[in-house]
Design a protein around this ligand. Sequence first.
Ligand code: IMP
Length: 177
Amino acid sequence: MGSQPELHILLSHEQIEAAVKKLAAEIRQGYQGKYPLLIGVLKGSFVFMADLIRHLDFPLEVEFIRLSSYGRGRERSGKIKVVQGLRSKVRGRDVLIIEDIVDTGLTTGFLLDYLRQKKPASLRLCALTDKPSRRQTAVIIDYLGFTVPDKFLVGYGLDLDEKFRNLPDICFLEEES
Ligand code: IMP
């Protein structure tokens, strides 16, 4: 029998809300007079995306892409691929990727390459959290909420085997011994 994981709050919903507002202010500045295409990476970014865009008071378009990355838990699913693609044209657009977390950087690195090939006018990355200790590929994050420690995080869209996405706070899991 495996032991039950215990949840500890790492980032409270108040801290997250403040970070989302700060990021929105930076993004507003960066996209004045533009009509950006925001691409959320499913599924983890949907909560962040929903909160973020409600602080962006200018015209924008929302899209989602789904990539295969993690399998179950922390296990790798191997090669990254597009599972659900984009409907909007990327060529000539100011594209802003919205990520929940950059961990090894493999998923985001893949997505940046994939989108760059579609010739956007500009391509930037907004990530709510960054776990730099596990990085395998260099990734430049243009708009960052939090740098987080090497712990498995859940909540605010982040899951463990599809559970915990609905938690308002970002928590880390620790096995009870
Ligand atoms: P990367 O390719 O290692 O950077 O991982 C990116 C994806 O892995 C994220 O979009 C998440 O879906 C997932 N992921 C990475 N770290 C965590 C975590 O701590 N909790 C939940 N999902 C994670």
